[in-house]
Design a protein around this ligand. Structure first.
Ligand code: FE2
Length: 420
């Protein structure tokens, strides 16, 4: 296990600290740690944070942009159809190679925890096998958590049987997609069945839920009810929840009580929600992001996901969670200081809580997992999305880069950065 001391870091409140990691764990955080004869990094008064965590992703589809063709309309449905075309030709090596490449991008961005849905619909569980292999291969560098995701709907083509098999293979979270089932009743029934399955197997739940602009898509109500009924409080997440954007305000106020009772984790996906929702609107066009500021204010755990990087649904991205938080604070109009700090927490502490990651955090006894960014504080991180100077996993540097400086010539040459 690794020992390391990092000197002259700036913490969340811009206090200068040293951090000592011994045997891969944080052993001390204080102003001037007296120790020698172990490897040392000088952070040179740059911001240190626990790693970024992405609690909603699709690693089986990532980096497949353009295969077999591009989603020209940019809609969710064309994306789902395109994924159906691509899925037929997937090979284990292709899935693994793209997933490995994505993991390396994630590490470079300081994202060391990923919850990825894996499609269990269709004839084969090849992608499940492939991603279990990648998860094991990469565990020294980042934590991958797999969700069994019945993309085509639980009650179509073998999905429930495949989902149960994937759980036996080692997938640890039960997924779902109630709004995509044939009827509202089927949707509600799928939520009940899947929550009961999770309760029986003592597993976490994370469902794509109400990912539409239809204000009457209310499966989150059933999800919250089943969570409480089965004693799963704090173990269930609702992903997307975009219909909430369009719901009646009275109904929303009633619904919030159920969500709080269930201690439901909320996973908005700002990059994708702002791109895909409102597609049936003329003007004004709805944004389609769930009600983030209200959920945070009420005390729910809100964690942002990236969802997609260069796949059938989204042509952009490099798995940078700061890009996700940056989009969220714009779309949700969260530009106050506390609001922006909340958006930073929604890509660090909050998703770690959603994924039940043990030993996460910048305190004594936690894993020595840290990211040092070329900026001074979390708000500047959001503004600049700056280079990750060091990414540290259990006391070992697993990615690094030199600070970016620009040579500007306005009469005389100067080296500048963009720090305020
Ligand atoms: Fe998703």
């Amino acid at each position: 296990m690794n020992d390391l001391v990092i000197r002259n870091c700036l913490d969340f409140n811009q206090e200068k600290i040293d951090i000592l990691i011994k045997n891969g764990k944080i052993a001390e955080l204080s102003k001037n740690i007296q120790i020698s004869n172990i490897p040392e990094i000088n952070a040179e008064e740059h911001f240190v944070t626990s790693p970024f965590i992405d609690c909603h992703f699709h690693m089986d589809a990532t980096l497949s942009y353009g295969l077999p063709r591009i989603n020209e309309s940019g809609t969710l449905l064309e994306g789902i159809n395109l994924w159906g075309e691509l899925k037929k030709d997937l090979t284990p090596d292709a899935v693994k190679n793209r997933a490995r490449k994505l993991c390396k991008w994630s590490i470079a961005r300081g994202t060391l925890g990923i919850r990825t849905h894996v499609d269990v619909s269709g004839d084969s569980l090849m992608a499940v096998e492939a991603l279990i292999d990648v998860k094991n291969e990469m565990k020294e560098f980042l934590d991958i958590q797999l969700v069994a995701f019945p993309q085509d709907g639980l009650y179509r083509a073998n999905c429930l049987k495949n989902l149960e098999t994937s759980l036996k293979m080692g997938v640890e979270v039960v997924g779902g997609i109630p709004h995509f089932e044939r009827t509202m009743l089927d949707g509600a029934s799928s939520v009940k069945t899947l929550c009961e399955l999770a309760a029986k197997k003592d597993l976490l739940v994370d469902m794509h839920c109400d990912e539409s602009d239809d204000p009457l898509s209310r499966h989150v109500e059933t999800l919250a009810f089943e969570t409480t009924r089965l004693g799963l409080e704090g173990r269930v997440a609702g992903s997307h929840l975009t219909s909430m954007h369009s719901m009646d305000n009275y109904y929303f106020s009633k619904l919030m009580e159920l969500l709080l009772e269930a201690d439901l984790h909320i996973i908005p996906n700002p990059l994708i929600n702002i791109t895909i929702q409102g597609r049936h609107d003329t003007y004004p066009k709805r944004r389609g992001l769930t009600r983030v500021p209200e959920q945070i204010k009420a005390g729910l755990n809100v964690a942002f996901g990236h969802d997609c990087v260069m796949d059938p649904w989204y042509p952009l991205g490099s798995h940078d969670m700061l890009e996700v938080a940056h989009m969220a604070l714009h779309v949700a109009q969260m530009t106050g200081v506390k609001d922006m700090e909340e958006c930073f927490k929604a890509v660090t502490i909050n998703p770690a809580k959603t994924m039940h990651i043990d030993n996460y955090g910048l305190k004594k006894g936690c894993d020595g997992d840290l990211v040092i960014l070329q900026c001074k504080n979390p708000l500047e991180a959001l503004r600049l999305k700056p280079p990750r100077l060091y990414v540290i996993r259990k006391g070992r540097v697993i990615s690094s880069t030199n600070p970016v400086k620009y040579k500007v010539n306005t009469g005389k040459d100067e080296l500048i950065d963009l720090i305020f």
